[in-house]
Design a protein around this ligand. Structure first.
Ligand code: NAD
Length: 252
């Protein structure tokens, strides 16, 4: 990816930006010239030029402080990437209420809290954009993912509703729907298997392209949606899933 400098002068905040898709996005935004702050439970993975700030998207005071600090240090905010999220496996019978509450708190309310804190700053920008990291789970009907899918379904609806609410203010709101992306999160799931290498091979074989999506590929889509190049794009969900949802391939 070349450094085009097209985002020079823009100021971006990425939640969950110290690992995986968020870190790749933060680095790409910075590579294109933006000033970038990262809000994360553990910001140690976000090194210079990224500004790492510790915050928990489940804690409203922590989010408000983190967003205010980012806006103060960067001199305002133009781009918010709501990316922090956690996974959950199982059917509705497998997850008790407290697990539902925990995942919805991080994956949905986390985006609500960060957006609420960032909107007053975004209103002062002439290139304001929010990009939410959703998932193909929002619409795919994946087995053993009831809670995670419901949380991402809410993210998709939230994206569309926010796009409508803020379009006249010049604030664009979109989301990306990654397929299975090769991040530390997926690495942890594979490491927990009896035979991680065989599990990775089987996972790759289930993908239409025979491989996982990379974090950099998802980041490229997020950065496009955040950039002035997408000035007329709002209320969309861009799939970066190697064709998983669109191609309707049957196993050979
Ligand atoms: P990851 O675990 O590598 O990174 C997630 C980051 O979010 C971590 O740095 C973590 O510290 C941070 N985080 C978690 N809870 C937080 C909280 N309460 N407050 C602040 N930060 C918090 O995961 P990833 O795979 O890069 O996933 C990032 C996003 O992409 C998530 O929203 C996930 O649902 C979505 N997604 C991932 C995949 C995939 O296959 N990896 C597929 C579709 C969607």
């Amino acid at each position: 990816m070349t450094d085009t400098g097209e985002l020079t002068g823009l100021r971006a905040l990425v939640t969950g930006g110290a690992s995986g898709i968020g870190l790749a996005t933060a680095r790409l935004l910075a590579g294109r010239g933006a000033s970038v702050a990262v809000l994360d439970l553990d910001p140690s993975g976000a090194s210079a030029p990224l500004l790492g700030l510790k915050a928990d998207v489940c804690d409203d005071a922590s989010v408000r402080e983190g967003v205010a600090e980012a806006a103060r240090r960067l001199g305002g905010l133009d781009i918010l990437v709501n990316n922090a999220g956690i996974g959950a496996q199982g059917t509705v019978e497998d997850n008790p209420d407290h697990q539902w509450q925990r995942v919805l708190d991080v994956n949905v309310l986390g985006m609500v809290r960060t957006s609420r804190a960032a909107l007053p700053h975004l209103r002062n920008s002439s290139h304001a954009a929010i990009v939410n990291t959703c998932s193909i789970a929002a619409t795919a009907g994946l087995p053993q993912r009831a809670l995670y899918s419901a949380s991402k379904g809410a993210v998709l609806s939230l994206t569309l509703a926010m796009a409508a609410d803020h379009v006249r203010e010049g604030i664009r709101v979109n989301c990306v729907n990654p397929g299975t992306a090769d991040t530390p999160w997926v690495g942890r799931l594979l490491d927990a298997a009896d035979d991680p290498e065989a599990e990775r091979a089987a996972l790759n074989a289930r993908q239409p392209m025979g491989r996982l999506v990379s974090a950099d590929e998802v980041a490229a889509a997020i950065v496009y949606l955040a950039s002035p190049a997408a000035a007329s794009v709002t209320g969309t969900a861009l799939a970066v899933d190697g064709g998983m949802q669109g191609l309707r391939l049957r196993p050979a």
